[in-house]
Write a protein that binds this ligand. Structure first.
Ligand SMILES: Nc1ncnc2c1ncn2[C@@H]1O[C@H](COP(=O)(O)OP(=O)(O)OP(=O)(O)O)[C@@H](O)[C@H]1O
Ligand SMILES: [Mg+2]
Length: 272
């Protein structure tokens, strides 16, 4: 990466087609070091697809994707794994291994940096276990280290997933609807935690959300997607809720989409 740039993520004219479906259409976007960006848009607007391109999980049909100075599409094997090691990813469904302890789940976050198979807690070096316990402390769950992951609440499980992502010492954190399965109180806790950690660690965060109010109060910048196109890209402080709602459009093209638009409007407490 050029030492003169602080650009962490750059998409240049990215189009992604799945058969006849265009998931992303000519998306160009740059994210600078330390920015906290939220992707907003209706279901199917391309949020997850965009995030997956940043981790090399999708390859664009055309256009370029650069993350931490590397052209993601040109990487494979060890170099792709090395890049992924610097990109933490958290998901709506947490993706923990339910039957493993909280500590073991966090330790799996270090697997990118370890050779050979892992055979339970004993096979991890003491330094890694101490690091994992430190991350669990950071997310407020040190006392749960030896509990099975599936005995925790949803909010606690997402905090474990954050601790697991931290095991990689990531530079970028991607979050795909990290609080969609959580109640409002747990959502606030998880989102505050992500912001605090991002500030402490100098992380760049790109997060998709469905909750407009949360996005406005939490993000530095909002990128709106509609039908795979960027229709809004503005610092949050300059945005009104009405402007954000433009992302969702007022005209629905099908009954199913209408229902989703109505849900979004209700969620944002916009009285029609
Ligand atoms: N692997 C795939 N194969 C075929 N179509 C896909 C694939 N992945 C995504 N799509 C399509 O691409 C479009 C964008 O999907 P994507 O999952 O990125 O939307 P999203 O904004 O994340 O939606 P949601 O809010 O429901 O999570 C959708 O039409 C989806 O059906
Ligand atoms: Mg999605």
């Amino acid at each position: 990466m050029s030492s003169t740039t602080n650009t962490i993520v750059r998409l240049d004219g990215v189009t992604k087609r799945f058969g006849v479906t265009t998931a992303l259409e000519d998306v160009s976007l740059s994210v600078e070091r330390g920015e906290i960006v939220v992707l907003l848009g209706l279901s199917g607007s391309g949020k997850s697809t965009l995030l997956r391109h940043l981790d090399g999980l999708e390859v664009p049909t055309s256009g370029a994707v650069e993350v931490l100075g590397e052209q993601v599409t040109r990487l494979s094997g060890r170099r792709l794994r090395a890049l992924r090691g610097q990109v933490g990813f958290i998901f709506q469904q947490f993706e923990l291994v339910p039957s493993l302890t909280v500590l073991e789940n966090v330790l799996t976050g270090a697997l990118a940096g370890i050779r050979g198979p892992r055979l339970g807690l004993f096979s991890y070096a003491k330094a890694r276990k101490l690091a994992a316990l430190g991350h669990l402390d950071r997310v407020g769950l040190l006392d749960r280290a030896y509990q099975r992951a599936d005995t925790l609440s949803g909010g606690q499980q997402q905090r474990v997933a954050i601790a697991r992502a931290l095991m990689q010492n990531p530079k970028v954190l991607l979050a795909d609807e990290p609080v969609a399965s959580l109640d409002p109180e747990s959502s606030d806790q998880v989102m505050s935690l992500i912001r605090e950690i991002a500030a402490d660690e100098g992380l760049t965060v790109i997060c998709s959300l469905h909750q407009v109010d949360l996005a406005i109060s939490w993000a530095d910048r909002i990128v709106g997607l509609r039908h795979g196109r960027v229709v809004l890209d503005t610092p949050t402080e300059q945005l009104s809720k009405a402007e954000v709602m433009e992302i969702y459009g007022r005209v629905a093209t099908s009954t199913a989409e209408l229902r989703v638009v109505q849900d979004e409007l209700l969620a944002a407490e916009v009285v029609q």
